[in-house]
Design a protein around this ligand. Structure first.
Ligand code: ADP
Ligand code: ASP
Ligand code: MG
Length: 414
Protein backbone atom coordinates (compact mmCIF):
# COMPACT_ATOMS: atom_id res chain seq x y z
CA UNK A 1 0.00 0.00 0.00
CA UNK A 2 1.18 3.51 -0.70
CA UNK A 3 2.84 5.04 2.29
CA UNK A 4 1.95 8.58 1.21
CA UNK A 5 -1.59 8.69 -0.11
CA UNK A 6 -1.17 11.21 -2.93
CA UNK A 7 -4.29 13.20 -2.13
CA UNK A 8 -3.15 14.21 1.37
CA UNK A 9 0.38 15.32 0.71
CA UNK A 10 1.85 17.92 -1.48
CA UNK A 11 4.22 17.04 -4.23
CA UNK A 12 7.33 19.17 -4.54
CA UNK A 13 9.84 19.26 -7.39
CA UNK A 14 13.24 20.68 -6.43
CA UNK A 15 16.08 21.29 -8.86
CA UNK A 16 19.69 21.71 -7.72
CA UNK A 17 22.17 23.22 -10.18
CA UNK A 18 25.84 22.40 -10.75
CA UNK A 19 27.37 24.52 -7.97
CA UNK A 20 24.82 23.24 -5.48
CA UNK A 21 26.00 19.66 -6.12
CA UNK A 22 29.59 20.69 -6.87
CA UNK A 23 31.35 18.43 -4.33
CA UNK A 24 30.50 15.57 -1.94
CA UNK A 25 29.83 17.94 0.98
CA UNK A 26 27.34 19.92 -1.13
CA UNK A 27 25.64 16.73 -2.29
CA UNK A 28 25.21 15.78 1.36
CA UNK A 29 23.82 19.27 2.00
CA UNK A 30 21.27 18.70 -0.79
CA UNK A 31 20.46 15.27 0.69
CA UNK A 32 19.73 16.84 4.09
CA UNK A 33 17.55 19.57 2.57
CA UNK A 34 15.58 17.06 0.54
CA UNK A 35 15.06 14.80 3.55
CA UNK A 36 13.81 17.78 5.60
CA UNK A 37 11.34 18.55 2.80
CA UNK A 38 10.05 14.97 2.86
CA UNK A 39 9.88 14.93 6.65
CA UNK A 40 7.67 18.03 6.52
CA UNK A 41 5.08 15.73 4.93
CA UNK A 42 5.77 16.09 1.22
CA UNK A 43 6.55 13.80 -1.65
CA UNK A 44 9.77 15.00 -3.26
CA UNK A 45 11.16 14.71 -6.78
CA UNK A 46 14.68 16.07 -7.11
CA UNK A 47 16.22 17.07 -10.44
CA UNK A 48 19.99 17.48 -10.43
CA UNK A 49 22.57 18.91 -12.83
CA UNK A 50 26.05 17.62 -13.44
CA UNK A 51 28.55 18.71 -10.78
CA UNK A 52 29.89 22.17 -11.68
CA UNK A 53 32.48 22.09 -14.44
CA UNK A 54 31.71 18.51 -15.44
CA UNK A 55 29.73 19.29 -18.61
CA UNK A 56 32.41 21.74 -19.79
CA UNK A 57 35.07 19.13 -18.98
CA UNK A 58 33.25 16.50 -21.05
CA UNK A 59 32.98 18.87 -24.03
CA UNK A 60 36.72 19.54 -23.77
CA UNK A 61 37.46 15.82 -23.63
CA UNK A 62 35.41 15.20 -26.76
CA UNK A 63 37.36 17.88 -28.62
CA UNK A 64 40.61 16.20 -27.61
CA UNK A 65 39.67 13.02 -29.47
CA UNK A 66 37.79 14.57 -32.39
CA UNK A 67 37.50 18.00 -33.99
CA UNK A 68 34.00 17.14 -35.11
CA UNK A 69 32.33 14.54 -32.86
CA UNK A 70 28.89 13.38 -33.95
CA UNK A 71 26.08 14.94 -31.98
CA UNK A 72 24.69 11.51 -31.17
CA UNK A 73 27.91 10.58 -29.35
CA UNK A 74 28.11 14.04 -27.73
CA UNK A 75 24.76 13.34 -26.10
CA UNK A 76 25.84 9.89 -24.91
CA UNK A 77 28.87 11.56 -23.35
CA UNK A 78 27.17 14.64 -21.87
CA UNK A 79 24.40 12.60 -20.26
CA UNK A 80 26.99 10.89 -18.06
CA UNK A 81 27.49 14.12 -16.09
CA UNK A 82 23.98 14.09 -14.68
CA UNK A 83 24.03 10.31 -14.31
CA UNK A 84 26.93 10.63 -11.87
CA UNK A 85 25.04 13.17 -9.76
CA UNK A 86 21.78 11.21 -9.52
CA UNK A 87 23.61 8.15 -8.23
CA UNK A 88 25.67 10.15 -5.71
CA UNK A 89 22.61 12.07 -4.48
CA UNK A 90 20.58 8.89 -4.02
CA UNK A 91 23.52 7.26 -2.20
CA UNK A 92 23.88 10.29 0.10
CA UNK A 93 20.18 10.14 1.01
CA UNK A 94 20.39 6.40 1.59
CA UNK A 95 23.43 6.94 3.82
CA UNK A 96 21.36 9.36 5.90
CA UNK A 97 18.81 6.58 6.41
CA UNK A 98 16.10 7.45 3.89
CA UNK A 99 14.78 5.72 0.79
CA UNK A 100 15.89 7.29 -2.48
CA UNK A 101 16.14 6.05 -6.03
CA UNK A 102 17.82 7.55 -9.07
CA UNK A 103 16.23 7.68 -12.53
CA UNK A 104 17.85 8.71 -15.81
CA UNK A 105 15.82 10.99 -18.07
CA UNK A 106 14.71 7.96 -20.08
CA UNK A 107 13.67 6.05 -16.95
CA UNK A 108 11.70 9.11 -15.80
CA UNK A 109 9.76 8.85 -19.08
CA UNK A 110 11.13 11.97 -20.78
CA UNK A 111 10.62 11.52 -24.51
CA UNK A 112 12.22 14.03 -26.88
CA UNK A 113 12.59 14.74 -30.55
CA UNK A 114 15.81 13.62 -32.25
CA UNK A 115 17.62 16.98 -32.43
CA UNK A 116 20.76 16.00 -30.58
CA UNK A 117 22.35 18.50 -28.12
CA UNK A 118 19.24 20.70 -28.16
CA UNK A 119 16.33 18.28 -28.17
CA UNK A 120 12.79 19.37 -27.38
CA UNK A 121 10.63 17.43 -24.93
CA UNK A 122 7.76 15.76 -26.78
CA UNK A 123 6.04 14.25 -23.75
CA UNK A 124 6.65 12.77 -20.32
CA UNK A 125 5.23 9.53 -18.95
CA UNK A 126 6.31 9.62 -15.30
CA UNK A 127 5.01 6.16 -14.42
CA UNK A 128 8.13 5.09 -12.54
CA UNK A 129 8.34 8.45 -10.76
CA UNK A 130 4.84 7.95 -9.33
CA UNK A 131 5.48 4.32 -8.43
CA UNK A 132 8.60 5.14 -6.44
CA UNK A 133 6.98 8.16 -4.78
CA UNK A 134 4.00 6.08 -3.74
CA UNK A 135 6.39 3.59 -2.25
CA UNK A 136 7.91 6.30 -0.03
CA UNK A 137 11.03 7.03 -2.06
CA UNK A 138 12.61 10.36 -2.75
CA UNK A 139 13.02 10.26 -6.54
CA UNK A 140 16.18 11.72 -8.06
CA UNK A 141 15.89 12.51 -11.78
CA UNK A 142 18.81 13.35 -14.08
CA UNK A 143 18.38 16.83 -15.54
CA UNK A 144 19.24 17.87 -19.10
CA UNK A 145 18.53 14.50 -20.76
CA UNK A 146 15.87 12.38 -22.37
CA UNK A 147 15.51 9.79 -25.08
CA UNK A 148 13.95 9.59 -28.51
CA UNK A 149 11.18 7.13 -29.33
CA UNK A 150 13.91 4.93 -30.90
CA UNK A 151 15.82 4.92 -27.60
CA UNK A 152 18.63 7.30 -28.51
CA UNK A 153 19.96 9.44 -25.63
CA UNK A 154 19.42 13.18 -26.13
CA UNK A 155 20.25 16.37 -24.21
CA UNK A 156 18.17 19.52 -23.91
CA UNK A 157 20.66 22.36 -24.52
CA UNK A 158 22.96 24.05 -22.01
CA UNK A 159 21.23 24.84 -18.75
CA UNK A 160 18.66 22.18 -19.67
CA UNK A 161 18.19 20.82 -16.15
CA UNK A 162 15.93 23.83 -15.53
CA UNK A 163 13.73 22.54 -18.34
CA UNK A 164 13.68 19.02 -16.92
CA UNK A 165 12.51 20.38 -13.55
CA UNK A 166 9.74 22.50 -14.99
CA UNK A 167 8.57 19.82 -17.39
CA UNK A 168 8.53 17.16 -14.66
CA UNK A 169 6.67 19.55 -12.33
CA UNK A 170 4.06 20.00 -15.05
CA UNK A 171 3.83 16.27 -15.83
CA UNK A 172 3.42 15.13 -12.21
CA UNK A 173 1.18 18.13 -11.40
CA UNK A 174 3.48 19.23 -8.59
CA UNK A 175 2.13 21.68 -6.05
CA UNK A 176 5.48 23.47 -5.83
CA UNK A 177 8.48 23.78 -8.17
CA UNK A 178 11.70 25.18 -6.71
CA UNK A 179 14.90 25.93 -8.65
CA UNK A 180 17.78 25.97 -6.17
CA UNK A 181 20.93 27.72 -7.32
CA UNK A 182 23.98 29.62 -6.09
CA UNK A 183 22.25 33.02 -5.80
CA UNK A 184 19.18 33.94 -3.75
CA UNK A 185 16.87 34.46 -6.68
CA UNK A 186 16.48 36.49 -9.84
CA UNK A 187 18.16 39.85 -9.34
CA UNK A 188 17.70 43.18 -11.13
CA UNK A 189 21.00 42.29 -12.84
CA UNK A 190 23.60 39.57 -12.42
CA UNK A 191 24.93 40.34 -8.91
CA UNK A 192 28.40 39.35 -10.10
CA UNK A 193 28.28 42.26 -12.55
CA UNK A 194 26.29 44.83 -10.58
CA UNK A 195 27.13 44.44 -6.88
CA UNK A 196 24.17 46.66 -5.89
CA UNK A 197 21.62 44.45 -7.70
CA UNK A 198 18.48 43.64 -5.73
CA UNK A 199 16.62 40.35 -5.45
CA UNK A 200 13.18 40.51 -7.06
CA UNK A 201 10.23 39.10 -5.11
CA UNK A 202 8.42 38.25 -8.32
CA UNK A 203 8.78 38.52 -12.07
CA UNK A 204 6.43 37.71 -14.96
CA UNK A 205 7.13 34.89 -17.41
CA UNK A 206 7.59 37.38 -20.25
CA UNK A 207 10.15 39.45 -18.35
CA UNK A 208 12.02 36.34 -17.19
CA UNK A 209 12.00 35.04 -20.76
CA UNK A 210 13.39 38.29 -22.19
CA UNK A 211 16.05 38.46 -19.48
CA UNK A 212 17.02 34.81 -19.91
CA UNK A 213 17.25 35.09 -23.68
CA UNK A 214 19.29 38.29 -23.48
CA UNK A 215 22.00 36.85 -21.26
CA UNK A 216 20.63 36.38 -17.71
CA UNK A 217 21.51 32.71 -17.58
CA UNK A 218 20.06 32.21 -14.11
CA UNK A 219 17.27 30.32 -15.94
CA UNK A 220 17.48 28.53 -19.28
CA UNK A 221 15.21 30.50 -21.62
CA UNK A 222 13.52 27.40 -23.06
CA UNK A 223 12.53 26.33 -19.57
CA UNK A 224 10.80 29.67 -19.00
CA UNK A 225 8.99 29.32 -22.32
CA UNK A 226 7.78 25.88 -21.22
CA UNK A 227 6.70 27.22 -17.81
CA UNK A 228 4.69 29.96 -19.48
CA UNK A 229 3.04 27.58 -21.93
CA UNK A 230 1.98 25.13 -19.22
CA UNK A 231 1.43 27.73 -16.46
CA UNK A 232 4.02 26.27 -14.10
CA UNK A 233 4.68 28.79 -11.32
CA UNK A 234 8.18 28.31 -9.94
CA UNK A 235 10.56 29.83 -7.43
CA UNK A 236 14.29 30.53 -7.93
CA UNK A 237 16.13 30.40 -4.60
CA UNK A 238 19.41 29.60 -2.89
CA UNK A 239 20.53 26.10 -1.99
CA UNK A 240 22.77 27.57 0.72
CA UNK A 241 20.13 29.13 3.00
CA UNK A 242 16.37 29.19 3.60
CA UNK A 243 15.59 32.70 2.40
CA UNK A 244 12.59 33.09 0.11
CA UNK A 245 13.58 33.54 -3.53
CA UNK A 246 11.88 34.97 -6.61
CA UNK A 247 8.49 33.74 -7.82
CA UNK A 248 8.16 33.49 -11.60
CA UNK A 249 4.50 33.61 -12.58
CA UNK A 250 1.85 35.01 -14.95
CA UNK A 251 1.80 38.78 -15.01
CA UNK A 252 -0.51 40.69 -12.71
CA UNK A 253 -1.82 44.20 -13.24
CA UNK A 254 0.41 45.78 -10.58
CA UNK A 255 3.52 44.46 -12.32
CA UNK A 256 3.06 47.07 -15.06
CA UNK A 257 3.75 49.82 -12.54
CA UNK A 258 7.42 48.89 -12.59
CA UNK A 259 8.88 50.23 -15.82
CA UNK A 260 12.20 48.34 -15.81
CA UNK A 261 12.37 45.00 -14.02
CA UNK A 262 15.97 44.21 -14.82
CA UNK A 263 19.11 44.60 -16.90
CA UNK A 264 20.85 41.78 -18.80
CA UNK A 265 24.18 41.59 -20.51
CA UNK A 266 25.53 39.22 -23.10
CA UNK A 267 29.23 39.12 -23.82
CA UNK A 268 31.06 37.45 -26.75
CA UNK A 269 28.99 39.07 -29.48
CA UNK A 270 30.16 39.93 -32.97
CA UNK A 271 28.89 42.18 -35.74
CA UNK A 272 28.87 41.58 -39.47
CA UNK A 273 28.24 44.41 -41.92
CA UNK A 274 27.70 43.92 -45.64
CA UNK A 275 28.54 47.21 -47.31
CA UNK A 276 26.76 48.69 -50.34
CA UNK A 277 24.18 46.01 -50.87
CA UNK A 278 22.15 46.77 -54.04
CA UNK A 279 18.72 47.90 -52.87
CA UNK A 280 16.45 45.48 -54.72
CA UNK A 281 14.01 42.75 -53.76
CA UNK A 282 15.57 39.41 -52.84
CA UNK A 283 19.01 40.47 -51.57
CA UNK A 284 18.16 40.37 -47.85
CA UNK A 285 16.40 37.06 -48.43
CA UNK A 286 19.51 35.68 -50.19
CA UNK A 287 21.80 36.70 -47.30
CA UNK A 288 19.63 35.49 -44.45
CA UNK A 289 18.52 32.27 -46.11
CA UNK A 290 22.16 31.31 -46.52
CA UNK A 291 22.79 32.12 -42.84
CA UNK A 292 19.77 30.08 -41.75
CA UNK A 293 20.69 27.14 -44.01
CA UNK A 294 24.08 27.03 -42.32
CA UNK A 295 22.31 26.72 -38.95
CA UNK A 296 23.74 30.03 -37.70
CA UNK A 297 21.71 31.89 -35.10
CA UNK A 298 21.72 35.65 -35.48
CA UNK A 299 20.30 38.33 -33.26
CA UNK A 300 19.88 42.02 -34.13
CA UNK A 301 19.47 43.01 -37.80
CA UNK A 302 19.83 46.62 -38.96
CA UNK A 303 19.42 47.88 -42.52
CA UNK A 304 20.10 51.51 -43.35
CA UNK A 305 17.73 53.55 -45.48
CA UNK A 306 19.05 53.44 -49.03
CA UNK A 307 20.24 56.75 -50.44
CA UNK A 308 21.92 56.00 -53.74
CA UNK A 309 20.51 52.60 -54.62
CA UNK A 310 22.62 50.71 -52.11
CA UNK A 311 22.33 50.07 -48.40
CA UNK A 312 24.39 48.58 -45.56
CA UNK A 313 23.03 45.52 -43.73
CA UNK A 314 24.43 44.63 -40.30
CA UNK A 315 23.62 41.85 -37.90
CA UNK A 316 24.99 40.47 -34.66
CA UNK A 317 25.72 36.91 -33.66
CA UNK A 318 27.71 34.98 -31.13
CA UNK A 319 31.46 35.41 -31.60
CA UNK A 320 31.89 31.64 -32.01
CA UNK A 321 29.65 31.74 -35.09
CA UNK A 322 31.71 34.43 -36.82
CA UNK A 323 34.06 32.17 -38.83
CA UNK A 324 31.05 30.17 -40.09
CA UNK A 325 29.22 33.34 -41.09
CA UNK A 326 32.24 34.65 -43.01
CA UNK A 327 32.62 31.39 -44.92
CA UNK A 328 28.95 31.41 -45.88
CA UNK A 329 28.74 35.10 -46.80
CA UNK A 330 31.96 35.80 -48.68
CA UNK A 331 30.75 34.19 -51.94
CA UNK A 332 27.36 35.84 -51.56
CA UNK A 333 28.89 39.32 -51.27
CA UNK A 334 30.37 38.79 -54.76
CA UNK A 335 27.19 37.16 -56.10
CA UNK A 336 24.92 40.09 -55.09
CA UNK A 337 27.56 42.68 -56.09
CA UNK A 338 27.94 44.20 -52.63
CA UNK A 339 31.14 46.09 -51.91
CA UNK A 340 32.56 44.51 -48.79
CA UNK A 341 32.05 42.37 -45.71
CA UNK A 342 33.25 43.70 -42.38
CA UNK A 343 33.36 41.39 -39.37
CA UNK A 344 34.09 42.68 -35.90
CA UNK A 345 34.06 41.09 -32.46
CA UNK A 346 34.77 42.63 -29.05
CA UNK A 347 31.20 43.82 -28.63
CA UNK A 348 28.48 42.98 -26.11
CA UNK A 349 24.76 43.51 -25.69
CA UNK A 350 23.01 45.36 -22.89
CA UNK A 351 19.24 44.93 -22.52
CA UNK A 352 16.75 46.59 -20.22
CA UNK A 353 13.54 44.64 -19.70
CA UNK A 354 10.16 45.43 -18.19
CA UNK A 355 6.48 44.96 -19.04
CA UNK A 356 5.88 48.48 -17.71
CA UNK A 357 7.53 49.76 -20.91
CA UNK A 358 4.29 49.02 -22.74
CA UNK A 359 2.58 51.87 -20.92
CA UNK A 360 5.49 54.23 -20.25
CA UNK A 361 7.35 56.34 -22.78
CA UNK A 362 10.84 57.84 -22.67
CA UNK A 363 12.65 54.69 -21.56
CA UNK A 364 14.94 54.58 -24.58
CA UNK A 365 15.86 58.25 -24.15
CA UNK A 366 16.66 57.69 -20.49
CA UNK A 367 18.93 54.74 -21.30
CA UNK A 368 20.74 56.52 -24.14
CA UNK A 369 21.26 59.62 -22.01
CA UNK A 370 22.76 57.62 -19.14
CA UNK A 371 25.16 55.80 -21.46
CA UNK A 372 26.11 59.03 -23.17
CA UNK A 373 26.82 60.73 -19.82
CA UNK A 374 29.23 57.88 -19.11
CA UNK A 375 30.85 58.31 -22.53
CA UNK A 376 29.76 54.85 -23.70
CA UNK A 377 29.13 54.69 -27.43
CA UNK A 378 26.05 52.85 -28.72
CA UNK A 379 26.80 50.89 -31.89
CA UNK A 380 23.40 49.32 -32.58
CA UNK A 381 19.91 49.52 -31.11
CA UNK A 382 16.93 47.19 -31.17
CA UNK A 383 13.63 47.31 -29.36
CA UNK A 384 10.67 45.06 -28.65
CA UNK A 385 7.51 45.73 -26.71
CA UNK A 386 9.18 45.04 -23.37
CA UNK A 387 12.91 45.37 -24.12
CA UNK A 388 15.47 47.87 -25.36
CA UNK A 389 18.82 46.42 -26.34
CA UNK A 390 22.03 48.17 -27.37
CA UNK A 391 25.40 46.98 -28.58
CA UNK A 392 28.45 48.53 -26.93
CA UNK A 393 32.17 47.85 -26.73
CA UNK A 394 32.67 44.63 -24.74
CA UNK A 395 35.35 46.16 -22.53
CA UNK A 396 32.76 48.58 -21.13
CA UNK A 397 29.76 46.25 -20.75
CA UNK A 398 29.98 45.86 -16.97
CA UNK A 399 30.24 49.61 -16.58
CA UNK A 400 27.27 50.05 -18.94
CA UNK A 401 25.20 47.60 -16.87
CA UNK A 402 25.98 49.51 -13.68
CA UNK A 403 25.14 52.82 -15.36
CA UNK A 404 21.78 51.53 -16.68
CA UNK A 405 20.97 49.91 -13.34
CA UNK A 406 21.59 53.19 -11.54
CA UNK A 407 19.74 55.30 -14.13
CA UNK A 408 16.55 53.30 -13.64
CA UNK A 409 16.92 53.27 -9.84
CA UNK A 410 16.97 49.48 -9.68
CA UNK A 411 19.38 49.12 -6.77
CA UNK A 412 18.80 48.47 -3.12
CA UNK A 413 17.08 51.24 -1.16
CA UNK A 414 19.85 53.35 0.32
P1 ADP B 1 22.91 26.55 -11.77
O1 ADP B 1 24.20 25.84 -11.92
O2 ADP B 1 22.32 26.47 -10.39
O3 ADP B 1 21.92 26.23 -12.84
P2 ADP B 1 23.63 28.98 -13.14
O4 ADP B 1 25.09 29.27 -13.11
O5 ADP B 1 23.06 28.40 -14.38
O6 ADP B 1 23.28 28.09 -11.88
O7 ADP B 1 22.80 30.30 -12.80
C1 ADP B 1 23.10 31.05 -11.66
C2 ADP B 1 23.98 32.23 -12.04
O8 ADP B 1 23.26 33.10 -12.90
C3 ADP B 1 24.37 33.13 -10.88
O9 ADP B 1 25.51 32.65 -10.22
C4 ADP B 1 24.54 34.49 -11.52
O10 ADP B 1 25.89 34.85 -11.69
C5 ADP B 1 23.91 34.34 -12.90
N1 ADP B 1 22.94 35.40 -13.22
C6 ADP B 1 22.89 36.08 -14.40
N2 ADP B 1 21.91 36.98 -14.37
C7 ADP B 1 21.32 36.90 -13.16
C8 ADP B 1 20.23 37.60 -12.55
N3 ADP B 1 19.56 38.56 -13.17
N4 ADP B 1 19.87 37.23 -11.30
C9 ADP B 1 20.54 36.24 -10.65
N5 ADP B 1 21.58 35.56 -11.17
C10 ADP B 1 21.98 35.89 -12.42
N1 ASP C 1 24.90 20.16 -17.05
C1 ASP C 1 24.23 20.92 -18.08
C2 ASP C 1 25.00 22.19 -18.40
O1 ASP C 1 26.03 22.45 -17.79
C3 ASP C 1 22.79 21.18 -17.76
C4 ASP C 1 22.54 22.06 -16.56
O2 ASP C 1 23.42 22.23 -15.73
O3 ASP C 1 21.42 22.57 -16.44
O4 ASP C 1 24.59 22.90 -19.26
MG1 MG D 1 21.73 26.90 -14.86
Amino acid sequence: MARFPRKNVSLIVQKYGGTSVGNPERILNVARRVIATQEAGNQVVVVVSAMSGVTDGLIKLAREVSSNPTEREMDVLLATGEQTTIALTAMAINALGKKAVSLTGAQAGILTDGVHTKAKIANITPRQVHQFLDDGHIVIVAGFQGQTSEGRITTLGRGGSDLTAIAIASAVKANVCQIFTDVEGVFTCDPRVVPGARKLEEISYDEMLEMASSGSKVMQSRSVEFAKKFAVVFEVRSSFNNNPGTIVKPETRSMENVVIRGVSIERNQAKVTIVNVPDKPGTAARIFTAIADAGLVIDMIVQNVSVSGTTDISFTLNKDELPGAKTVLEPIVTEISAKDLIAQDGIAKLSVVGIGMRSHSGVAAQLFEALSAAGINIQMISTSEIKIAVIVEEARIAEAANVAHEAFGLGKAK
